[in-house]
Design a protein around this ligand. Structure first.
Ligand SMILES: Nc1ncnc2c1ncn2[C@@H]1O[C@H](COP(=O)(O)OP(=O)(O)O)[C@@H](O)[C@H]1O
Ligand SMILES: O=P(O)(O)O[C@H]1O[C@H](CO)[C@@H](O[C@H]2O[C@H](CO)[C@@H](O)[C@H](O)[C@H]2O)[C@H](O)[C@H]1O
Length: 476
């Protein structure tokens, strides 16, 4: 059972936690250099070695920005060899002086303790679980940390339950929790069922949403891995043409159908409104603002600025002419990695929206075609990544090189088409009939991606830049 602690147990750890925090993939340094860090909520979930401490810290940055981070820390006098990779540092002073502090999500024993403590439902200031399902959470399953490089962390219990830990927790209502709850209540078969939400009521952190428990969907590979593999087969295959059907295209089609089904359920669960000309103009202004911010971070975007901006203005004019545009709750950051090809067909995960956007931007209702644009961009990414993988494995002769590029392009075009067809077949707005919004949304996504890649994976920057180049060409 967790106990909130008044005693400053975490302060002695801060000097060693601070440099470690900066190295985490989920650490966002958009606020500039760190100016200070202080605990907001601290509870000791398990007080015998290995100790489990739950904490939410607030970082303050030199530009005045602040950010919350959630940690699960293990502490023990001697770290077993199997957990060596989880070590953070030796505790310099305080109650656990000389012990090792480590990343507790990597310790199955402590993650088991956590689930049991949550199931007891007697929190005293620590994390509190609000179950969604009438069935109790299955304690006693073997936990393991998912190793995917991601914005949050996830622990899987016995291949049945997934605990998603929001590393940058925010006060509720929470986009993903709201969406999954609504989809679960409406028995949506295209998304994982929500089992419960983790909150804290501890003073200072009241109402923060810390994480969720959802159905784990076992797959051999996610949509991204599957697609990239297929691109590789297609690029270095022996045939002379890329078939218009077969390969990944049948999956791309059913993926389009799955996305349309989820949109239909979301439209039923949340308000759907017609976008006024004023709102469309405001959206175009926001896209232009994002473009300016992106140009500051990615100077290579500058030469496309006016032509991309013209695509946004086309969108505002299109809505201003009375063309119907609707906004509703959407996925918000849809790409192939958010689609899992399970034995029962595609399922979509991660309804948090784009991690680099503000909470207000993510919460705003959006055009469904923004999700479609996200997935279309992902087919481009998969084609480029698959092509690059083939090039890494063999050094093709010059003639073959061109053929590889053509094949990757053909894969992209055919799969984008199949996805669009599936989406329209299942009742979604037909993207072919909305070229103006589609171009604006694809451009907005590619600009976001350019910023994302510049921050996290500079080697991948050429992929969104290539898309921006192509989209800008539409405006001459
Ligand atoms: N319900 C689930 N079942 C199986 N795997 C999942 C599930 N949810 C997430 N995953 C896996 O965890 C990875 C990260 O999950 P995601 O929700 O996208 O986290 P993040 O917000 O950190 O990107 C996914 O790419 C997927 O491989
Ligand atoms: O961490 P999230 O999954 O919420 O999303 C962020 O990271 C994604 C990369 O992991 C990034 O997606 C981009 O790269 C994908 C390939 O790795 C590609 O399929 C997507 O189309 C592309 O946008 C996503 O943009 C970012 O928000």
């Amino acid at each position: 059972m967790s106990v909130a602690v008044a005693e400053p147990v975490l302060e002695p750890l801060l000097p060693v936690l601070t440099p470690w925090l900066r190295t985490r993939r989920w650490y966002g340094d958009a606020g500039g250099p760190l100016d200070g860090i202080r605990p907001v909520v601290v509870s000791v979930v398990h007080d015998d070695a290995p100790v489990l401490v739950h904490a939410v810290l607030r970082t303050r940055h030199r530009n005045g920005a602040e950010q919350l981070y959630q940690l699960f820390l293990g502490l023990c006098p001697e770290l077993p060899e199997r957990l060596a990779g989880a070590a953070i540092a030796t505790v310099p002073e305080g109650r656990w002086q000389g012990w090792t502090v480590y990343e507790a999500t990597e310790d199955p024993a402590l993650m088991g303790v956590l689930l049991r403590s949550l199931a007891v439902r007697e929190p005293r200031g620590g994390p509190r679980l609000e179950p969604t399902s009438p069935h109790p959470l299955p304690v006693g399953l073997v936990p393991r940390l998912l190793t995917a490089d991601q914005s949050n962390s996830a622990v899987v219990y016995g291949d049945r339950l997934l605990f998603k830990i929001y590393r940058r927790p925010e006060p509720g209502p929470h986009l993903e929790v709201e969406a999954l709850r609504a989809l679960t209540e409406r028995h949506c078969t295209r998304t994982p069922a929500l089992h419960g939400t983790l909150y804290t009521d501890a003073p200072g952190g009241e109402g923060l949403v810390l994480g969720l428990f959802e159905e784990f969907l076992p797959v051999e590979a996610d949509g991204w891995e599957t697609a990239v593999r297929q691109v590789g087969d297609c690029v270095d295959g022996t045939g002379t043409t890329v078939p218009a059907t077969g390969g990944f295209t049948s999956r791309a089609r059913t993926l389009g159908q799955a996305v349309a089904e989820v949109h239909t359920v979301l439209a039923d669960a949340f308000p759907r409104t017609r976008v006024t000309p004023g709102e469309a103009a405001e959206e175009a202004r926001l896209m232009n603002r994002r473009l300016s911010l992106a140009v500051d971070e990615v100077p290579a975007l500058d030469r496309y600025r006016s032509r991309i901006s013209a695509l946004y203005d086309d969108y505002a004019r299109h809505a201003g002419r009375g063309c119907p545009v609707f906004a509703q709750r959407v996925h918000g950051d849809l790409h192939l990695g958010q689609a899992l090809p399970t034995a029962d067909g595609w399922r979509l995960i991660d309804f948090e929206g784009e991690p680099e956007r503000s909470a207000a931007e993510r919460a705003a209702p959006q055009h469904v075609l923004r999700d479609v644009a996200g997935m279309l961009r992902s087919f481009d990414y998969a084609a480029r990544a698959g092509l690059a993988a083939v090039r890494r494995s063999v050094e093709p002769a010059p003639g073959l090189r061109l053929r590889h590029i053509r094949r990757a392009d053909a894969w992209m075009v055919r799969n984008r088409r199949a996805f669009i067809a599936g989406y329209a077949e299942a009742g979604g707005a037909d993207p072919w009939c909305h070229p103006v919004p589609m171009r604006a949304f694809e451009a907005d996504k590619a600009v976001y991606e350019a910023m994302y890649e510049a921050r996290h994976r500079p080697d991948w920057l050429s992929i969104p830049l290539g898309a921006v180049h192509r989209l800008a060409a539409v405006r001459g």
